[in-house]
Design a protein around this ligand. Structure first.
Ligand code: ATP
Ligand code: MG
Length: 432
């Protein structure tokens, strides 16, 4: 018996002189008495199959007639060129095995967003969702390849924590035996501790934030790629980011141009994502926004509308540096050249997709850190271990956190971030 092939392998290198076998799911089906026309789907692609009565045992023909959408099947037969078929070929079946029957499929062509979200466990089989997941896998592979070849160690920080590095309001609290703990919002502090043994570290973990606002770019559980490096200032930190993001995008272009096209993304846009990215200061951003008639003054944080307005015509990402220190977390280093600001950078995606990375050089001055904790009304008990890092051989260091789904949303041109993750968790949904 011939071994089963993947559909795309057959479409790339058609086998015309021998029987082929494919395994997959019925994507579309119609029948006209003596012929059943199926489109089969596997993890790699789709192919047309015609099952004609008389070319195979009657029982198998009847199985084909009974196979509804999403039934799992194994088909054997010959490949023929057919310009009307998707991919240019069809298989004429000489054998048809129904492996798993399918109940009437709840998803038809026009469905409400809610129904698709309720049936997410089935909707992830759609071609669009499949394409997004493949692009995401390539982006993550591109990241790991770049990080590993640049000698960063992948480390495994905890998810249970008592830190609240990104602020108390978005913490998920939980009972931890007789104590209280939180789900991690960021691994940053643990990565800072790890640079003293490994110098260059990164982690890819879920982060949890109880974001109550319904936006198109916030999940309550997202995948966070965080990096921390010893002996690195804010300038070098940005260079690492632009190289990393470019390598991620390049891998997606290399491996997933078909899927990107299906999602409506022109890969020519992505080929422009190469270092250096643009750099502007927060103060310059405020001036630009004022020119665009925004009522904004120095000191206000940039929201989604502001980020969109300044990047919608851009082709490459933009770093916004030197935010006022009141806008940012306590651990960011004061800029000695402009002490009302900190040595930070947010990286904004082009085309108005908004922030994809938040990063900074970290404050190493213990007195300043204590001052900032107090100014932010943060009790220091839970941070004693973190403050210790400044007492035992402190070194200049920097790092950042990249939101994986934010990058996927931009690269795949998605309206909403929930489509960048197979099972989205938002304020309104944790099922399925
Ligand atoms: P924003 O201002 O957009 O809410 P943030 O400033 O809270 O983001 P950081 O604390 O800097 O974000 O987190 C680092 C990165 O993690 C962000 O740049 C973003 O890419 C991603 N991120 C943060 N919060 C979320 C979220 N709720 N859902 C998805 N990604 C997120
Ligand atoms: Mg940020």
């Amino acid at each position: 018996m011939c071994p089963a092939s993947h559909i795309n392998d057959l479409l790339k290198e058609p086998v015309l002189d021998l029987d082929v076998e494919v395994r997959g799911w019925v994507h579309r089906t119609r029948s006209s008495g003596k012929i059943v026309f199926d489109v089969l789907r596997d993890a790699t692609g789709i192919i047309q199959v015609t099952i004609k009565k008389g070319n195979l045992p009657d029982m198998e023909f009847e199985s084909a007639q009974m196979s509804h959408i999403e039934s799992s099947v194994i088909v054997r037969g010959r490949m023929f060129k057919d310009d009307r078929a998707p991919g240019g070929y069809e298989i004429r079946a000489s054998s048809f095995t129904l492996v798993g029957t399918s109940a009437p499929y709840p998803i038809t062509e026009y469905q409400s967003e809610e129904l698709l979200l309720d049936n997410r466990h089935l909707w992830i089989r759609s071609r669009e969702q499949t394409a997004i997941m493949k692009v995401k896998a390539s982006l993550m592979k591109g990241a790991r390849d770049w990080l590993n070849s640049n000698e960063f160690y992948e480390v495994t920080p905890p998810i249970f924590t008592q830190n609240a590095c990104e602020g108390g309001v978005t913490l998920f609290k939980l009972k931890y035996f007789d104590d209280q703990a939180f789900l991690s919002q960021s691994a940053q502090m643990y990565l800072e501790a790890l640079i003293f043994s490994l110098e260059k570290v990164y982690a890819i973990t879920p982060s949890f934030r109880a974001e109550k606002s319904r936006t198109t770019r916030h999940l309550t559980e997202f995948w966070h790629l965080e990096l921390e490096e010893a002996w690195t200032d804010s300038k070098l930190n940005m260079e690492i980011q632009e190289n990393l993001v470019s390598a991620m995008v390049a891998k997606a272009v290399e491996e997933r141009s078909e899927e990107l096209k299906l999602l409506g993304r022109d890969v020519a846009d992505l080929k422009e994502i190469v270092p250096p990215f643009k750099r502007v200061t927060y103060a310059q951003m405020i001036d630009r926004l004022k020119q665009k008639e925004f009522e904004i003054e120095w000191g206000a944080d940039l929201g989604a509308a502001e980020e969109r307005a300044v990047t919608e015509d851009e082709k490459v990402p933009t770093f916004v540096t030197n935010f006022p220190r009141e806008c940012k977390a306590f651990y960011m280093k004061e800029d000695p050249d402009d002490p009302k600001t900190v040595k930070c950078a947010d990286l904004l995606a082009p085309e108005g997709y908004g922030e994809i990375i938040g990063g900074s050089e970290r404050e190493t001055d213990l007195a300043k850190l204590l001052e900032r904790l107090e100014a932010n009304n943060i009790p220091t008990e839970a941070y004693q271990w973190y403050l210790d890092l400044r007492k035992f051989g402190s070194v200049p260091h920097s790092g950042f956190g990249l939101g994986v789904e934010r990058v996927v949303r931009w690269v795949c041109k998605l309206e909403h971030i929930r489509d960048a993750v197979p099972f989205p968790r938002t304020v309104a949904r944790v099922y399925p």
